[in-house]
Every structure is written in C-alpha cells, then in structure tokens.
Write a protein that binds this ligand. Structure first.
Ligand code: AFP
Length: 342
C-alpha cells in the first residue's frame, strides 16, 4: 500500500537518528531533492514548454549547450544556494567556482546538471549527477583548490534519472538506495532499498564506433565478449549504449554489467572523455557502495588526485569480477612492455 511506503524525508530523518547526525545531511539532500524534482518537471514538459533544442551557447568544455542544459544548471545553482548549506558549487557547465555569499555551511557541491543531453530532443533518458565534499578544517574561502579532493573524500553522491519514471539514487557511504518520484503527490518514495551490483555479468556498454582508437587491453576484453560461447569466456554477451552515463549506471545497479569510456588514442591528450569531478567520482562512489568496482583502466578512480576542476579521466565500472578482469588485462599489457596512453 503506497501510504505505508518510506519517503525520502523519512529515510533521511531515520539516517540522522541512526548515525547521530546533526541534520546537516538531511538539509543538504533536501536541497538536491527539490532541485531534481524541478528539473524532472522541466524535462517532462519537453517540447510543450519550448524546452527542446540548442541554446546557442557553448559550455566550458566547448560543447554546444541545449536549452535544458542551461535551465537545469540555473535550477541547480538557485535551489541549492538558497539554504546556505553549500558554501560553493562547481558545475560541468560553468568555467569557475560559484561562491554562495553569506552561506553558513561548510560543504561543496559539484554537479552535472543534465547528463546525456544529446538524448533530450529524442525523448530518451537523461539525468543529473551530484557529489558533495566537505571543506577541510582550517580552510577559509572556496577557491578552486578546495574542490580538488580525491573521490574517497566525498561525503555523499547520487544521481537523478529522468526516464520512464524519475528516480533519485544516493549514497552517504552506507550503501545505495533508490527512490521513485510519485508524480501525483510530488514525493520520492523508497522503492530500491540497498541496491547491489551482481559480481558477475554478461552485458557491456561501450561506444564501439571508437574501436579503432582503443588500447589493446580494452580491445582484448571486448573481442572476448564478442566471441561468445565459442570464445575464451564460453558465454554470450549482450551490448547496450544509451549515451547517458546516468542510464548506464542505473542499468548496472539494477542488473549488473560493465560501462566503459576508456582513454583511447583520440581522447588521451585530454585524459579521457568523462569528467572526474562531475561524473566519474560520484558514480564510482555509488558503484563501490553497491559492491561494484570503478577504475580508470589501471587505477581506482576514487583515489585519483585531481589537478583541475574540469579534469577528464578514463572510466570502467560495474560488476566487480568483470572490472577486475579488465584491470588485469591492463596490468598484463603493461607488464609485457605495452605503453599506457595516459
Ligand atoms: P553529454 O552530457 O554532454 O551529452 O555527454 C554524456 C556523456 O558524458 C556520458 O553521459 C555518456 O556516456 C557519453 O558522454 C556519451 O558519449 P558518446 O557521445 O561517445 O556516445
């Protein structure tokens, strides 16, 4: 019965009591909850609200912004600044740190307001990703360097997926829980408690149009998957590509698999394609909390020391045994004298 369900607010309050929290987390995540509901509303209205199409501007990454990229970014900035819980924010869409004047909180928010925005105009799932860091003790001000903390320092992370239903999936370091938005009453309810990624899988997601640029260990893994029952893996694999990391990670949380956006010959100069602070770190925190694994190819993503806000990185994450196998393939390649691309 729906009235017996646990809402996100109740869940956060319960966590606050269990871990003797001060209520800060509850406030931080309440801001995010409202933000995601508003973005969900705008995504859903789509063409009716004139929300589709390009904005005619470029973001800091040099990518064409969609109208909804710009709108989602504004919603994030506005809705999370009001409470004063966050001292500053950094967005994939903004060049510089956005400082909140008069904020009382000592938290930093990083976000990708609308991930997978090439899906907007064709009505396929998109999402928002967020990561929360604490300002270290003794630090004053919020220059860019304060944000440059490795992913292991995250105090919370999550994403919203605007798909056939809207969901908010989050971790505060005590497992991963998923909440579905009940559109009738405007409330997120706990529908996916304690999400766990199966350790084994036979599904992979990678943009195969880039195959000719891949490093040998990546090619080896995919070739073996494609060989199916006749190959060394002795089983058939399935392939998916949604072009929105949020949707790929969500599928992996629900039924396992591997998602790969590796460093390749084309993107090696910039370190990879995906952004460490807005995409790789928060998703890796979630994946690890759900029992999965997340690497750059060779290293654990959460231990990468960031050097720039908009840094990019190779990403391979998902079911533990598959990701461990891919890590081993990189190790074997390097041990045989192969040179890493980045
Ligand atoms: P956008 O948010 O700029 O559309 O990029 C989405 C993304 O960063 C990630 O979510 C996808 O996995 C990946 O890019 C898709 O990349 P391809 O363009 O190579 O399909």
């Amino acid at each position: 019965m729906s009235y017996k369900r646990v809402t996100l607010s109740q869940f956060l309050m319960e966590g606050q009591h269990r871990y003797h929290g001060s209520g800060t987390f509850t406030s931080l995540l309440t801001d995010i909850r409202t933000t995601c509901k508003m973005i969900s509303h705008e995504v859903n209205r789509g063409a009716m609200a004139g929300n589709l199409g390009v904005a005619g501007t470029e973001n800091v990454q040099g990518e064409q912004q969609k109208k909804l990229d710009v709108l989602a970014n504004e919603i994030f900035l506005h809705m999370t600044a009001q409470s004063g819980n966050y001292a500053a924010m950094a967005s994939e869409e903004l060049e510089d740190v956005h400082t909140v004047h008069g904020a009382h909180g000592r938290y930093l928010l990083l976000f990708d307001p609308l991930d997978g925005s090439s899906n907007i105009d064709i009505n396929i799932a998109v999402g928002s990703i967020f990561s929360i860091l604490r300002i270290p003790d003794g630090v004053t001000g919020t220059p860019e360097e304060v944000f440059l903390q490795p992913g292991v320092e995250q105090v919370a992370a999550g994403y919203a997926i605007y798909g056939s239903s809207t969901m908010l999936v989050l971790t505060t370091g005590h497992g991963v829980n998923g909440f579905t938005l009940d559109q009738n009453i405007g409330v997120f309810v706990l529908t996916h408690p304690n999400m766990r990624i199966p350790e084994d899988a036979s599904e992979f997601a990678i943009n195969t149009s880039r195959m000719r640029f891949w490093e040998p260990p990546v090619k080896r893994y995919i070739d073996e998957c494609l060989a199916g029952t006749e190959g060394p893996r002795g089983k058939d694999f399935n392939m998916r590509w949604v072009a929105a990391m949020v949707a790929e990670v969500h599928r992996i949380l629900c039924r396992g698999g591997v998602f790969m956006y590796p460093v390749d010959e084309r993107n090696a100069k910039q370190g990879g394609k995906l952004r460490l602070m807005y995409e790789a770190n928060p998703m890796s925190f979630i994946v690890e909390q759900a029992g999965g694994m997340a690497i750059t190819g060779r290293d654990r993503i959460l231990e990468v020391e960031p050097t720039a806000l908009h840094q990019r990185v190779g990403v391979i994450l998902g079911s533990k045994n598959e990701v461990e196998r891919i890590r081993r393939y990189h190790e074997e390649h390097d041990a045989a004298g192969g040179k890493p691309l980045a």
